[in-house]
Design a protein around this ligand. Structure first.
Ligand SMILES: [Zn+2]
Length: 262
């Protein structure tokens, strides 16, 4: 079990060393997170009593015998808890890097010893880690679900629609606006599905399901290359298991699959 924390008396533990969007691992039968001296690394918490630290690969050498592997490739290869800690390491090292200087006066900031905070040594202004909430929605119409190919990322798969929450907007308003803007349809029966931290863009993805209410799909060409309604047995290529988009799609398929004969 992972217990998050901000201070420890330990100076040795699991080292989550980040370079870009890769984690340094020791390749064995399966990738292992190396252990070592924490030095100036950021304490994240304890995994089964073992302290976990994070740092970016900088002037200090990488842990002995380790090599970088893209974090996305480590999903399913690392233990789930280790992968989740690695996503914290990615998000929190990026936060430390981005907030090394005060956003108000420009002076240096330092780590707080009592909470996850960097505060300015001159004016005291504090910077907490920030997340960007984003909604992700599976819309259903008569046993088919709306999936689209994103025009910006140009990923080779169809996925559910998603977008960032704007200032002053409720999640429900965001769901309605995103679907209206990107597909020009109206929806009803918005229901919460689940959530997932997404460290690659510092997001918290908040998943919903909804039902088509009116309108025909007209994709916004700046956001969407192609979109359509897909039955569970004729799905296009969908995202890998790592994502909540895939969980939404798998849930849709489960709900619409006939029970198998015994
Ligand atoms: Zn300041």
């Amino acid at each position: 079990m992972f217990t998050p924390g901000v201070t420890t008396s330990h100076t040795h533990g699991l080292l989550f060393v980040i370079s870009g969007q890769a984690l340094h691992v020791v390749r064995d039968a399966r990738p292992m997170v190396p252990t070592g001296e924490a030095g100036t690394a950021l304490y994240l918490g304890d995994l089964d009593g073992q302290p976990c630290f994070a740092r970016v690969l900088g002037t200090e050498a990488p842990p002995e015998g380790s090599e970088p592997m893209p974090l996305r490739q480590l999903f399913g290869a690392l233990a789930d808890e280790e992968f989740a800690i690695a996503t914290r390491a990615l998000g929190l090292t990026a936060w430390e890097h981005d907030h090394a200087h005060c956003g108000r006066c420009g002076a240096t900031t330092e780590r707080s010893s009592s909470e996850r905070l960097r505060s300015c040594i001159t004016c005291g202004h504090g910077a907490y880690p920030r997340l960007s909430p984003a909604v992700i929605v599976l819309v259903e119409r008569e046993g088919r679900c709306l999936l689209a190919r994103n025009a910006r990322t140009r990923m080779p798969f169809f996925s559910t629609l998603a977008g960032f929450v704007e200032v002053g907007e409720t999640l429900e308003e965001c769901v309605v606006r995103e679907i209206r803007e990107e597909a020009s349809i109206e929806i009803a029966d918005i229901r919460y599905f689940g959530s997932q931290p997404w460290p690659f863009s510092n997001s918290l993805m908040i998943g919903f399901t909804a039902r088509w209410a009116s309108g025909e799909v007209v994709p916004d060409p700046t956001e969407i290359m192609d979109a359509g309604w897909f039955a569970p047995d004729e799905l296009p290529t969908v995202p890998p298991k790592l994502s909540i988009a895939r969980e939404l799609i798998d849930d849709f398929v489960r709900r619409h699959s006939l029970p198998r004969p015994e």
